[in-house]
Ligand binder design. Sequence first.
Ligand SMILES: *Cc1c(COP(=O)(O)O)cnc(C)c1O
Length: 397
Amino acid sequence: MFPSVLPTYNRADVAFVRGEGPYLFAEDGRRYLDFGAGIAVNAFGHAHPRLVNALTTQANRLWHTSNLYRVPGQESLSKKLVDSTFADTAFFTNSGAEACECAFKMARRYHFVNGHPEKFRIITFAGAFHGRTLAGIAAGGQEKYLEGFGPKVEGFDQVPPNDLKALEAAITPATAALMIEPIQGEGGLHPMPPEFLRSLRKICDEHGLLLIFDEIQCGVGRTGKFFAHEWVGVTPDIMCVAKGIGGGFPLGACLATAEAAKGMTAGTHGSTYGGNPLGMAVGNEAIGMVLEPGFLDHVQSVGSYMRQQLAGLIAEHPSVFEELRGQGLMLGLKMRVPNTDFVAAARKHGLLIVGAGENVVRLLPPLVITEEQVREAVKLLSDAAKDFETQKTTVAA
Ligand SMILES: *Cc1c(COP(=O)(O)O)cnc(C)c1O
């Protein structure tokens, strides 16, 4: 019989029924330490009392009105985002893919209202991930996501990251924007070199192109700054945000400067649910927490503690782990054994982690993780690694 849930995911045979901080509890009562955080979403762990309170308080008052009316939560959340970033304005979405879609449309519309409708192409970078809509898979450019879905949406060109010659060669009079993740997530935890990101800003300014950062995975405190590009000292014109901003409630945003957004006038874009009162209540509380004094300092210090611990882990198991990648609490281990096997082994030991491209496993714990919980995770990673070392010895003998 065909599965009643469309089988587009290769799911692990475990179902969680309850969460508490960094822990998840399965149907059989078993406890797991969650270092995947729903793929960088549960930035405050599970069932954080402040988020639960924000959501339930709003749920008792009002769920949905429509963007036909003012939504006070949008006004307060956009003000928080505008006050603490490069942006002047925000459009709220329900997902990352929709935040990317808004960015694509905004970039095209900007040149249209400037009298250059011929400028519509967006250059992206190999290894990118920009969501699973038709435009998102065209932007991501990954063959495995494009296959069988018909003609690739027109208007996306791709070059290797960190190759300015290839980039300059790809820019034509039809180019509208460059789009990049400051740290590639799905692609294998690749931080882009700061000087490369600075060059992108310069190239955009020289050619009149818009610079779009996709910070859906690396943003909202994940690297120890509010947004990852703050480490580099350049700002984009447009930025896609999602995942951590809702702490587990479906929420995204497309942020922009007033200049980049000038074409997005009434009627040009919309969403029935985007920016609904429930999402706004959670988003306001989540962003409020990230911006509280000490929060990002905690991410930085526990992130560097985890980096140290993982360096020790790699040294102890050189036949299992190859190298450490990433920044803050967006860390990856490049594996010498198949990453999918290692993710399964870690789960068997009670630790949840997530695979990525280039045979990497991602460690994306809740940002509120403690050093003690990091030690617990590293112990479980070490236990999982031993399974592979034992196998090796057995095979050799
Ligand atoms: C997850 C992700 C997306 C897509 O977000 P969805 O909410 O799954 O649509 C886009 N870009 C990046 C960098 C992501 O990590």
